[in-house]
Design a protein around this ligand. Structure first.
Ligand SMILES: O=c1ccn([C@H]2C[C@H](O)[C@@H](COP(=O)(O)OP(=O)(O)OP(=O)(O)O)O2)c(=O)[nH]1
Length: 144
């Protein structure tokens, strides 16, 4: 069990909950009503800032239903919340592109996150030749 210190920027959103036995990804909510025009890029405030456990970062992705419900595409594909993003004003945001005129309401569940451990320290060692077997190049295994 890990503990996350969390600050809410809105009284109108429900508190985050870890739900057991379903999916361990945790839903995040939109912190204000927003009307967005087709073709616009906006940062959706998620109404929370957190101090992640030491040695962890958080990954933010859309819910499966986000595109169907709102027509939003997450422009960075996956948000990475660094452990150092832990200040009092460090609210989490979801950067999105609206593919149609749309509305999102305060407290709507818009995306989800989980925490993951940092990768180990990595040293790059340059070589002129790799000894592994070639796979045939990018995208060569076909569709079946
Ligand atoms: O979808 C996202 C991605 C990032 N962040 C916050 C947390 C993260 O720690 C910080 C910086 O993100 P990142 O390092 O990916 O962005 P950058 O473009 O490299 O900006 P910076 O110069 O602030 O590092 O912004 C979000 O709130 N939502």
């Amino acid at each position: 069990m890990e503990t996350i210190k969390i600050k809410y920027f809105s009284d109108e959103i429900e508190k985050l909950r870890y739900i057991e036995n379903k999916s361990d990804w945790i839903d995040l909510r939109c912190a204000k009503d927003m009307t967005v025009k087709k073709g616009e890029f906006v940062l959706i405030p998620l109404g929370v800032a957190m101090e992640l456990p030491k040695g962890y970062e958080a990954l933010v992705v859309p819910r499966s239903s986000t595109f169907k419900n709102f027509g939003f595409l997450q422009v960075n594909s996956m948000g990475v919340i660094d452990e150092t993003y832990c200040g009092d004003d460090d609210q989490w945001f979801l950067p999105v592109f609206a593919t149609r005129d749309t509305q999102v309401k305060v407290n709507d569940r818009i995306c989800q996150f989980r925490i993951v451990k940092h990768q180990p320290t990595i040293e790059f060692k340059e070589t002129n030749e790799l000894t592994g077997q070639n796979r045939g190049g990018f995208g060569t295994t076909g569709v079946n």
